[in-house]
Design a binder for this molecule. Structure first.
Ligand code: TRP
Length: 457
């Protein structure tokens, strides 16, 4: 499987890239997080703001990242170094690689739970009706057991490593071509089940009826943060995936597809979650515990509940896996390009690192007391990681990437890259305006807002 050392790997096809990038984007952020955040922030009104941010900020930054990657054909560190050899820009790449390991470490903890709940549901753990209190006990025992928590973290990182070790087209692309269609099919089946439940209507009303009174600064910051995280922007994941894109592909069109799929899955996830919740008279604002605590109380009550329940957690597992693959790949690409490591040892090394760094996060739900509620800060270790990696680092990264493309690399540079092989740069003037003015200002404003108000996303 060893590549000739000077020949860079590449996607086998444009569809392969779009699926892999959409796989990176579609993850726990869409199916686990988007519905409950929407529930807490005004339903349909929040969705409208969210879609605006995807179009006005997410899409331009995604085009910027893919173009940087394809132009330089390197990992984020090497890419900045190639386009701007002098100066501090490669640090943006380093920040990205470090953030990749960081997010991978705690994201895999939650992804590990989804896999554990898939197995649990499959084995019939939720085939008898349960009250919410019982469900909370089950959940706390599960996540608070150190061995179980670390074991699932280990398993999930192992799955990720196995795919990434296979390489770009023979590993990642081959797997996403199976996993992404599976995800869409599962999502559609489950959503149809959910909206046809008796009493689903109230959930649909809640989801679709805008409540503009809830749209405060916090909700707006949340919408932008959610858009960046959900689209996998701000740390060079799309630079890395973009570095394997062929010169004949139209970057604008590919980025458009990725944004479209990501948003589609998030919105569908709302149609899946809310009707099921309301059909059972449960609280839509239950927050992060929603899918692990609330949903299992429903499985025993609906026809074929265990089957659909297992399907749901399988869906989450698949979505999370195609995301962790991209996180690991960023760090592997860095080791392969910059340190001249071979892919397999690089993937093993980086996944060990992510595993070790993930252990404190895995223990922060009761496994170890001081990690669960850290002295003086009052937060768990995983929450802290998410604040630094998911909030601060991604906003800083996305801000610097738009400044880099808008002012350093410049419009002539990116235009030459996008228009390779005669591709049309759709909406070029609008895009230029967005990346130079709107993106940096909006992202910076959000950064200041979350620092000052501690309204994290
Ligand atoms: N986008 C993924 C989700 O919504 C998570 C993710 C994968 C990610 N790769 C990323 C987030 C890179 C930020 C940066 O679950």
């Amino acid at each position: 499987m060893q590549q000739a050392s000077h020949e860079r790997e590449a996607w086998g096809s444009r569809v392969g890239f779009v699926l892999a990038a959409a796989g990176s984007a579609v993850g726990l952020g869409n199916i686990w997080r988007f519905p409950y955040v929407t529930g807490q922030n005004g339903g349909a009104a929040f969705v409208v703001i969210y879609i605006l941010f995807v179009l006005l900020i997410g899409m331009p930054v995604m085009v910027a990242e893919i173009a940087i990657g394809r132009h330089a054909r390197r990992n984020p560190v090497g890419a900045f170094r190639k386009i701007a050899p002098k100066g501090l820009w490669p640090l943006v790449g380093f920040l990205g690689v470090a953030t990749g390991i960081g997010i991978l470490s705690y994201y895999s903890v939650i992804a590990g739970w989804t896999f554990g709940y898939f197995i649990k549901t499959l084995l019939g753990a939720f085939s008898q009706s349960m009250t919410s209190e019982q469900s909370i006990v089950v959940f706390n025992q599960f996540v608070g057991n150190p061995l179980i928590a670390i074991g699932h973290l280990f398993l999930f990182i192992l799955f990720t490593a196995v795919v990434v070790m296979g390489g770009v087209s023979a590993g990642i692309e081959r797997w996403v071509k199976i996993l992404m269609p599976l995800l869409l099919v599962l999502l559609l089946i489950l959503t149809i089940r959910s909206v046809t439940l008796e009493g689903a209507r109230k959930g649909l009303e809640f989801y679709l009826k805008p409540d503009f009174s809830k749209l405060d600064g916090g909700a707006i910051a949340m919408a932008l943060g959610q858009a960046l995280f959900s689209l996998s922007l701000g740390m060079g994941a799309m630079i890395t995936y973009g570095s394997y894109v062929g010169k004949q592909d139209n970057i604008i069109v590919s980025a458009g597809w990725v944004c479209f799929f990501d948003t589609l899955v998030a919105i569908l996830a709302g149609f899946l979650i809310f009707p099921a919740l309301f059909a059972r008279g449960l609280d839509p604002a239950s927050g992060p515990g929603l899918v692990f605590v609330v949903l299992p109380t429903i499985f025993a009550e609906i026809p074929l509940g265990s089957f659909f329940g297992a399907g749901f957690f399988l869906l989450l597992t698949v979505a999370a896996l195609t995301s962790t693959i991209s996180l690991l790949e960023v760090t592997v690409a860095y080791m392969v390009d910059e340190k001249k490591w071979r892919r397999k040892p690089a993937a093993l090394f980086m996944s060990c690192l992510a595993f070790l760094l993930g252990i404190p996060s895995a223990l922060s739900f009761g496994g170890v007391d001081w990690l669960s509620r850290m002295p003086r800060i009052g937060l768990g270790f995983l929450d802290l990681m998410n604040i630094f990696m998911g909030n601060y680092s991604l906003t800083i990264g996305a801000f610097l990437i738009s400044i880099f493309v808008g002012y350093k690399w410049g419009m002539a540079g990116i235009r030459a890259e996008v228009e390779q092989a005669g591709a049309v740069f759709f909406f070029r003037k609008t895009w230029t305006f967005l990346i130079r003015f709107i993106c940096p200002v909006a992202i910076f404003a959000i950064f200041v807002y979350i620092v000052v108000t501690k309204n994290y996303f």
